[in-house]
Design a binder for this molecule. Structure first.
Ligand code: ATP
Length: 299
């Protein structure tokens, strides 16, 4: 699949979602440092970056699960920065959280019903989700614990869709799934976009992100290291941004960027098989849970 975004920055004058100078702390750790982005209607905007780059923190802050230290979040020009998470849902922000967070003792249909708690009016109903994922209707009475990872991910997407968001936040859809399953799930994106949604996604599988995105931003330790259209950036630029390298010459032996294949450093390089993931977890200690009033399944 090529770029799935049907909106372009050239064609749309006003961003639907805008983040300006967002800084977020977890305890002492500055997880995001003055990050900005503009997502235009109908676009698929991808955030890439290694473990601990701040990608999930960014999505979760947009959904209202973390309070920023600085910065502004605007939806269609309206300031959402201080709006409670459930109100953001009714304004049109829904998230598929990392790890899916389904209620595994509930059935497929019950999980979808949960997604309607803060639903807006719109094209997405449970019936429409069953049409999108052909297997789901027959298995609607099955508990989600009995589903495969890919099926669970589809239910999590359905749960977000029935809220009829304007902006769909997708956090690491590919996590723990086989490549063929990942491709199948991303293959649904055009049908989702066709109903008028705009997508902001986080993805560690860089080649997958590049395939579907009309715009991308790379984060490294909370900073923006690259921003642009996939067609305007080279694999070398992405690799350099991903790991914070200088402009890599042929002598720079890079590690593997997931999805871009092994860099010259090969699988033994940092980030390759057997290497510890890049992570800053623990630098600032675990922040206490925030009293956000967020929907339980996002928490
Ligand atoms: P991953 O792919 O591993 O999820 P990420 O790019 O999504 O990485 P975040 O999960 O946003 O990164 O984490 C950014 C940094 O903030 C990391 O150093 C992480 O350890 C830290 N962090 C995230 N959540 C918390 C928390 N609740 N308390 C303390 N530190 C946290």
């Amino acid at each position: 699949m090529t770029s799935a975004g049907n909106g372009t920055q050239a064609g749309a004058s006003k961003p639907l979602l805008e983040v300006r100078g967002l800084t977020v702390h977890h305890g002492q750790l500055r997880a995001l440092d003055r990050v900005s982005l503009r997502v235009f209607p109908g676009e698929v905007y991808a955030i890439i970056g290694a473990n601990g780059a701040g990608k999930s923190t960014l999505l979760r802050t947009i959904a209202g699960l973390h309070k920023p230290t600085e910065g502004v979040i605007l939806l269609d020009g309206q300031d959402l920065t201080r709006v409670r998470p459930e109100r953001r849902a009714t304004r049109g922000i829904a998230m598929v959280p990392e790890g899916r967070r389904l209620f595994e003792s509930l059935t497929v249909e019950e999980n979808l019903q949960v997604g309607m708690t803060y639903a807006r009016k719109g094209p997405w109903t449970i019936e429409r989700v069953y049409e999108l994922f052909g297997w789901m209707r027959e298995r609607r009475a099955q508990r989600t614990a009995q589903l495969s990872g890919g099926e669970q991910q589809s239910v999590a997407i359905g749960r977000a869709l029935v809220a009829n968001p304007r902006v769909l936040l997708l956090d690491e859809l590919s996590l723990g799934l086989a490549p063929v399953v990942v491709r199948r799930i991303y293959g649904m994106l055009p049908q989702i976009l066709a109903t008028g949604l705009t997508v902001l996604l986080v993805e560690q599988d860089v080649s997958q992100a590049l395939r579907v995105a009309s715009h991308l931003q790379c984060l490294l330790e909370g900073h923006t290291t690259l921003e642009g259209r996939p067609t305007d950036v080279t694999a070398e630029q992405v690799e350099a941004a991903y790991f914070g390298l200088g402009a890599p010459g042929p002598e720079v032996l890079g590690p593997e960027v997931p999805g871009l294949g092994p860099g010259p450093g090969g699988p033994g390089g940092y980030g390759g098989a057997g290497s510890p993931p890049v992570s800053r977890r623990g630098l600032g200690g675990i922040a206490p849970p925030e009293e956000t009033g967020a929907p339980l399944w996002l928490g």
